[in-house]
Design a protein around this ligand. Sequence first.
Ligand SMILES: NC(=O)c1ccc[n+]([C@@H]2O[C@H](COP(=O)([O-])OP(=O)(O)OC[C@H]3O[C@@H](n4cnc5c(N)ncnc54)[C@H](O)[C@@H]3O)[C@@H](O)[C@H]2O)c1
Length: 366
Amino acid sequence: MAESREAQRLDVAAGAHAYTIHFGGAAERALNAQTRALRDGGSRFAVITDSNVARVQGNLLDRFACEPLVLPAGEPSKSTESVARAWDWLCEARLDRTGSVFAVGGGVIGDLAGFAAATYLRGIRYFQVPTSLLAMVDSSVGGKTGINTGFGKNLVGAFWQPSGVFAVTDVLHTLPAREFAAGMAEVIKYGMLADRPLFDRLAKAPEPLQPGSAGLPEVIRRCCELKTGIVAGDERETASTGGRALLNLGHTFAHAIENTAGYGTYVHGEAVAIGLLMACRLSEELELPGQPVSPEVAPVLARYNLPLRLREPLAIDSLMAAMERDKKVRDQRLRFVVLESIGRAVTHDRVPEALIRELWSEFGAT
Ligand SMILES: NC(=O)c1ccc[n+]([C@@H]2O[C@H](COP(=O)([O-])OP(=O)(O)OC[C@H]3O[C@@H](n4cnc5c(N)ncnc54)[C@H](O)[C@@H]3O)[C@@H](O)[C@H]2O)c1
């Protein structure tokens, strides 16, 4: 089916910086045009990817006609060692201030390569070529780049906007099903926090979305539109209520699950799915208007094979301690995102600790 022009691009204004996100088949053409234009203009570029993408996406990488830096796949690559390797790679490729970096991979590569670009020569251009669904709908837009340290995730980084994003949806065919489902958790999140019609579409479509679904580029585009709209109002997450923090719906719980279970036990989107349902239950317990929402949300998460509760019990004390650490490091207060209805999220920072403990227990913690 031919894609409408509408589904093919999204122009984003981020302060003084403007860039375009391209989707579906149009993204492939735009990517080719971008690399050709850089070559014709005589400016150098470097490509950073991971070992899985290098193994299964040879065609995508071949079009750059330059040897990529291939980092080991997985979260441990968001490290100071990897960023040092990336800086050396850019030096060896003799990139000057007119050079650019292409981040070809999931969120790990996007965050790492974006941070390398933000810091090399005090900042050069970079382009995102997201290859996971999560990267297409979330990490490749919004301008957050960074790495982890021994003290926690994303502790070092920079706000650095990409100069273009190319979401070539065809590459999702090689993405493992579990990773696709994890990306769907973020898609469902967008519907829950800001777009009831999107949520309904995910709930009621006769077939669940798959990598080859004709409607997928349009859904990805809508998520990017929602994210960039929220980010535009609060680029550096400084709003005292609402703002960029709303994108963290379910994430306060999810980070505690990932941290306590050990990174890798749950794929990020799986922890987010449990967190989304916990945020619904919290909204119900706080007697916010428009409740209950969880009876509507749970079947949509289940439709995408996402977990609805902890698979194995985790200790409530450890989960609470993880939340407390997260709070100390990031925000000095425990702020939850809750729902007034599906499509309308708000921030809430006066939640009694006993209620959170009860919720953990309800979701399988002991
Ligand atoms: N910057 C932001 O705003 C932002 C937002 C959300 C998440 N993140 C970050 O994103 C990261 C998670 O991103 P992710 O879920 O994409 O993880 P990821 O980059 O580790 O990718 C997930 C897995 O899929 C593989 N993969 C990716 N594309 C593939 C393809 N087309 N075919 C086959 N395999 C493929 C990867 O090799 C990896 O094993 C985290 O580090 C998180 O902190 C950043």
